[in-house]
Design a protein around this ligand. Structure first.
Ligand code: GLA
Length: 353
């Protein structure tokens, strides 16, 4: 893959790139829609991802070739306008906007990889992170690890989806054979060994593509923020849903509208599940881990309502298969992949069906 991007760069610009970097996609074992509620997540980086090759030049233009779609555009660094209105080019512009007062030089860039788009495995974050990292190297910006994460995260937010920190943090900090237990309140991260014994995670793509901007994602986030203000003002001092415990839910039930209570309960329960999942994973209790994943899906589908028929169907379909210990929708929802915890292999028969 790296060779393909380098070759494509050479074909486009007739020279070899000075830098070539990889931005992985991410999977998430459990902890969905908890990051922007300052809660816990348990993601890991994938081997699939996006490569970025680049060299600086003495112009005030960044030329970008998207290898996979064979598209090309130029971004003028003085106006931050792109010649063509490709959706990926908007991420590049947002990254540049998130780096004000930095002396960014003109450059030639080529990128591409093997991450399916809109599948809930962070293809857009990989673009924002990969470009941020490449700019850092090309211009010797010496951004700190936190600045890298925050720059890519801000670019994504300004692109429109008010996501949390999980994706950029995982993309920049993922390590081979490790999951990251991340506390999204203070970015405290613990690397947990992914010792799966005979087990594997499988991602199954519904092929229902989504762009989170067209979904209820931002709305859900707004509903959480409104719930926090209400609870804080009338019930209990909190600054995020993360501050609530399972035991608080009894008191809240009679004081919140049903819809708000459903959303709040899901976030509180999901946070709790992440901490239990850490225990299950570190004790190699895969049956327990799988049960937590099924519970997570049930909450995302019935309480938080960010699933879709195809995701629900795929999860329900695993129920009659004893070697599948758990399954749930992954990422923002409304389409994309399920993540499945499988004892042994999924089997050709299952994959065929
Ligand atoms: C998207 C966002 C993340 C996170 C997940 C849901 O992937 O980018 O920040 O909120 O949805 O867990």
């Amino acid at each position: 893959m790296k060779e393909d991007i380098t070759a494509s760069f050479i074909a486009q610009y007739k020279k070899t790139p000075d830098h070539c970097h990889f931005a992985p996609g991410r999977a998430n074992i459990i902890g969905e829609h908890t990051d922007y509620n300052e809660g816990f997540v348990l993601p890991f980086a994938l081997e699939k991802g996006i490569w970025f090759a680049g060299s600086v030049n003495n112009t005030s233009v960044i030329s970008i070739k998207a290898k996979d779609t064979d598209e090309y555009t130029e971004i003028d660094l003085d106006t931050l306008q792109s010649q063509n209105d490709y959706s990926w080019a908007k991420y590049f512009i947002q990254v540049l906007l998130a780096l004000p007062n930095k002396n960014i030089r003109g450059a030639e860039i080529c990128f591409g990889g093997n991450l399916p788009i809109g599948a809930g495995i962070s293809s857009s974050s990989a673009i924002a992170c990969g470009f941020t990292y490449l700019l850092d190297k090309l211009n010797s910006l010496m951004l700190s690890p936190k600045e890298l994460v925050d720059t890519a995260g801000l670019a994504e937010q300004n692109h429109g989806v008010k996501g949390g920190i999980m994706d950029p943090f995982c993309i920049f900090n993922g390590k081979k054979d490790k999951a990251i237990l991340l506390d999204c309140r203070n970015d405290a991260a613990e690397l947990l060994p992914l010792e799966l014994k005979n087990h594997k995670f499988y991602l199954i793509n519904t092929n229902v593509k989504h762009h989170l901007l067209d979904t209820d994602y931002n709305n859900r986030r707004k509903q959480c923020d409104l719930a926090v203000s209400y609870i804080n003002q009338y019930i209990k001092p909190i600054s995020a849903l993360r501050d609530l415990q399972i035991t608080n839910l009894i008191e809240l039930q009679s004081k919140l509208d049903d819809d708000v209570f459903r959303i709040v309960s899901f976030v509180v329960q999901e946070n709790n599940r992440v901490l239990l999942a850490k225990e299950a994973l570190t004790n190699h209790n895969f049956t327990w881990l799988g049960t937590l994943m099924y519970e997570s899906h049930d909450g995302l589908s019935q309480m938080y309502r960010v699933s879709c028929d195809e995701l629900d169907w795929l999860v329900n379909y695993t129920f009659n298969h004893d070697h599948i210990l758990g399954a749930r929708m992954m990422g923002g929802g409304f389409g994309g992949c399920t993540i499945n915890l499988v004892n042994g292999d999924l089997g050709e028969d299952f994959q065929e069906k």
